[in-house]
Design a protein around this ligand. Structure first.
Ligand code: ADP
Ligand code: MG
Ligand code: MG
Length: 513
């Protein structure tokens, strides 16, 4: 991934050039909604009691260098990943096998599974499921014999609340704009070219996925107006990312959507005797909408379920006739344990879901080594690696959680395991750290510029709409499947975590080399 001609990247800027670049980044960001609500540590609630302020989203000043072949590999493989995860979500028996290992030691997984079992007992009334997925990768140098080649390795696969589609489209537009207004100096003109920059189409492409589910739902039997429901956290700092999808689904497909905070599900919606999900917006008390599609941007964390009735709320939505994005089974398919089981060498699992061998082998190429910490032979070997600081330094330990900030890295692993009862170790997976080639960039966060070594993580979005089928007799079918644009997130190389919302990374776009 060397920068051509040994040029320095990102290029050095004179104070005047840096001022010009920064002014344009700040203004373009706010003018186009490349923005977030400020963190309370940045702007206190007392200073903004009515919540009117927004600030620029953390962004890189320059598009980061990314190998073209790796970028193309990630985009090309997304449809296969959509197929894989929709097949897993349709295979309740197989998921049950995973859940049986986790449920006794992972309360959150157990509660999700119980909601599924209760709804199954009553009988599901919606056969369609929607996935708005994101598969995340880092660049990895493969050294086969004496040859080194670059490829991508998967960090994780997200099946719920895959975020930053909205902002990713904006940041790639901004980097293009900066090129167009000569904010990048001529010393970088051979690297940052129109041809090298990649526009992300995620906003429009994900919105089309919501619209496809909305239309597949069919008409209301009771002549209610139809809508899509975004189930969200409250407060939500990353609200504009979500708003971009909401605006696109209305502007491009004429589909109305509403935002419903997770804690208001039971007070603001009801399930009628035909299990239609009816929503009365508090602002429009005389109107009742029938919900075609529930898009979860919340519900992936125990923090979203502080009260027992929050689990009633999840069951209420799951049993409704609305199409879920995702269903509980689809959410469970995104467990990190699933990724580990698929990545087990010589395992039969990948073949079970991807019948075409060449497709399966391309997917396999993107897996990093991942181990369980159970009592199997391989599990005991992994335990040994994880318990010693020297060997643990090459690994990350992950629980079955989403949203960032949950992992244990490298030398911290042995102490963490020491404090965790051994019977709970199989609730975690042990994954080899991917070590991408070093890069440099500058990040603007909360008004401050930080320059230095960075690590990039490519996320590729996927849309998949499928019919679940009736188990024994029908395995269901895929109705829609497409790759839906990309996200590049970049973090300082001193930080192990990469989450933008969690305060570690910045949104970025690719400058292909
Ligand atoms: P989450 O679902 O919470 O986002 P991830 O598996 O994506 O969990 O881990 C969070 C972050 O940790 C990633 O964005 C990445 O920066 C870092 N990370 C996770 N796994 C690896 C890995 N195998 N190699 C290098 N970094 C990793
Ligand atoms: Mg992640
Ligand atoms: Mg995740």
């Amino acid at each position: 991934m060397a920068v051509p001609n040994d040029a320095q990247y990102p290029p050095e800027l004179s104070p005047e050039e840096e001022q010009y670049l920064l002014t344009n980044v700040k203004d373009w960001s706010i003018a186009h909604g490349l923005a977030v609500r400020p963190a309370p540590t940045f702007v206190s609630q007392e200073r903004d009691p009515s919540g009117v302020l927004a600030t620029t989203a953390p962004v890189t000043l320059f598009p980061s260098i990314f190998p073209r072949s790796c970028f193309e590999q990630g985009l090309a493989i997304q449809k296969a990943y959509n197929e894989l995860y929709s097949a897993i979500a349709r295979d309740e028996e197989w998921i049950k096998g995973i859940v049986e290992e986790l449920a006794p030691i992972d309360d959150f997984v157990e509660k999700l599974w119980n909601v599924h079992l209760e709804v199954k007992k009553e009988g599901y009334v919606q056969d369609l499921s929607l996935g708005l997925f994101r598969s995340d990768y880092m660049v990895h140098a493969n050294t086969d014999s004496d040859k080194t080649s670059l490829g991508i390795r998967q960090v994780e696969f997200n099946t719920i609340a895959s975020s930053f589609g909205g902002l990713s489209s904006k940041v790639s537009s901004m980097h293009r704009h900066l090129l167009a207004i000569n904010a990048y100096p001529s010393s970088s003109s051979s690297i940052i070219t129109e041809n090298a920059l990649r526009q992300s189409k995620a906003t429009s492409s994900l919105a089309k996925g919501l619209a496809a589910a909305h239309s597949a739902y069919g008409p209301s039997r009771n002549k209610h107006p139809l809508c899509v429901l975004f189930v969200v956290q409250d407060p939500e700092r990353n609200v504009f990312d979500q708003r971009h999808l909401e605006y696109a689904v209305l502007e491009e497909s004429g589909v109305r959507s509403f935002r419903l905070p997770f804690h208001r599900i039971l007070s603001d919606s009801k399930v009628d005797s035909d299990r239609n999900l009816l929503y009365t917006p508090p602002s429009l008390p005389s109107m009742t909408f029938e919900v075609t599609t529930i898009y979860f941007r919340a519900g992936y964390s125990p923090d979203d379920h502080p009260r027992p009735e929050d689990w009633d709320a999840r069951r209420h939505l799951e049993r409704s006739r609305a199409i879920k994005c995702p269903s509980i089974l689809t959410q469970l398919a995104g467990c990190k344990k699933v990724q580990q089981v698929l990545a087990t060498p010589h395992s039969p699992h990948l073949k079970r879901f991807l019948l075409d061998e060449s497709v399966a082998s391309h997917v396999l190429e993107t897996f990093a080594p991942i181990y369980s910490l159970d009592e199997s032979k391989a599990g005991r070997e992994a335990q040994k690696l994880a318990r010693h600081p020297d060997s643990a330094a090459r690994y990350v330990l992950k629980p079955q959680r989403e949203g960032g900030g949950n992992n244990i890295y490298r030398k911290a692993i042995p102490d963490f395991l020491e404090k965790t009862p051994q019977k709970n170790w199989p609730a975690y997976i042990l994954m080899e750290m991917i070590e991408p080639p070093p890069l440099r960039n500058a990040i603007l966060r909360n008004g401050e510029v930080q320059k230095g070594g960075v690590i990039g993580e490519l996320g590729v979005y996927g849309v998949c709409l499928w019919r679940n089928g009736s188990g024994e007799t029908s395995k269901g079918e895929i109705l829609e499947n497409w790759e839906a644009g990309y996200l590049l997130r970049t973090k300082g190389d001193q930080s192990e975590e990469g989450g933008v919302a969690a305060g570690f990374g910045a949104v970025d776009s690719c400058c292909l080399v």
